[in-house]
Design a binder for this molecule. Sequence first.
Ligand SMILES: Cc1cc2nc3c(=O)[nH]c(=O)nc-3n(C[C@H](O)[C@H](O)[C@H](O)COP(=O)(O)OP(=O)(O)OC[C@H]3O[C@@H](n4cnc5c(N)ncnc54)[C@H](O)[C@@H]3O)c2cc1C
Length: 424
Amino acid sequence: MTATKTEIDTLVVGAGQAGVAMSEHLTKLGVPHLVLERNRIAERWRTARWDSLVANGPAWHDRFPGLEFNGYGPDDFVPKEKVADYFVQYAEKFEAPIRTGVEVKQVFRNTNRPGFTVETSEGVIQANRIVAATGPFQKPSIPPIAPQDEQITQMHSANYRNPQDLPEGGVLVVGAGSSGVQIADELNRAGKKVYLSVGAHDRPPRSYRNRDFVWWLGVLGEWDAEAMKPGTEHVTIAVTGAHGSKGTVDFRALAAQGINLVGLTENFKEGVATFAPNLVENIARGDDNYFSLLDAADAYIERNGLDLPEEPEARRKLPDPECMTNPILELDLAEAGISTIIWATGFSVDYSWLDVNAFDSNGKPQHQRGVSTEPGVYFIGLPWLSRRGSTFIWGVWHDAKHIADHIATQRKYLEYQDAGQRNA
Ligand SMILES: Cc1cc2nc3c(=O)[nH]c(=O)nc-3n(C[C@H](O)[C@H](O)[C@H](O)COP(=O)(O)OP(=O)(O)OC[C@H]3O[C@@H](n4cnc5c(N)ncnc54)[C@H](O)[C@@H]3O)c2cc1C
């Protein structure tokens, strides 16, 4: 999109939604910058997600403030390719200085002079500042318990595309966050025998009393929570946009539709998978989360005298299925006809390219709202960067605003001249 540059004030690495949002705010503040993207704009929305994925939130919410989705109503759940197209269109809107097909290989701080040396696949760039916008979900994470069994096809959810691509036979989906639940549901509807391993999770209602849960989390202040509640570090969230406003994730309903639920996957030995006896507990925890949101929503409606229709059926619980009353604790994969394991077990980050003093001993970025401990280095798009909304489309836009503002302020300090310099 722009000519090759060898010096730039601010270099943004990555042109997903975070990089595009950064570029918009830097542009508004007049900060000279360049965005380098090794693939295409919003690449992960195109090629690191399964085919049928739609946005987890409705179009009125899961977008940037400056542009609506073309061809979709506010309550629609936009397909992933269209989400990627949206970011391309957004970048074009303000002529974002994005160069695609350029990978940042290494960044290190200069010695005895300001700034950073950036080695890229197309040469070396000098930058005063670096914004790492390389994504919250970079490296698919598969736990070490994965069996070393060549008979079984194993893949991470990032590599799953559709049911037709899988070999014949049943599937064990490990992890029941938003990815695992959606993939298990899709496979089950496609006629596959599915086992779904369910850990601790939240499962908000997709919608309640005519409002989507993203609205409830907004008005109840939940998106703005600045830190995870203690003890919830391993609690995932199970939501889907796949069935529109009717798509509340209900594990009992999934079981009634034929999915075999099991507890947390503990290990594999000689073709036998072992599951923790915690399925009932995990589902009860999800129920508590679900009902507490209904309670908070009801209280909000009453407090504010809102005219939203009651929805008593949302409080009805289906009977516990057999897999809850008589939990499966061991499963012989061959006997159960399982040919595939899908690991929907999350992601980790990879900053091996960023050789600066901004990480703790575990390699975790050290920062305050994205402003790192290494002056001039910023992170954007990370989970809980400033609050719960930080990895989401609309949340990252606000974090980018804060970081761009910080950069512009730093530039002002550096522009300052004392009286002697001014009069010289
Ligand atoms: C299955 C799934 C569904 C999701 N659904 C939603 C949703 O519906 N709504 C929502 O708000 N959020 C959703 N998210 C969360 C989040 O919005 C996405 O993960 C989003 O892709 C994050 O955007 P990002 O720009 O921070 O990172 P990414 O989209 O990962 O972008 C980072 C970019 O950096 C590039 N890059 C990385 N390293 C380098 C390098 N060294 N040099 C140059 N370029 C580099 C990559 O190619 C990539 O394009 C979802 C996440 C997942 C996993």
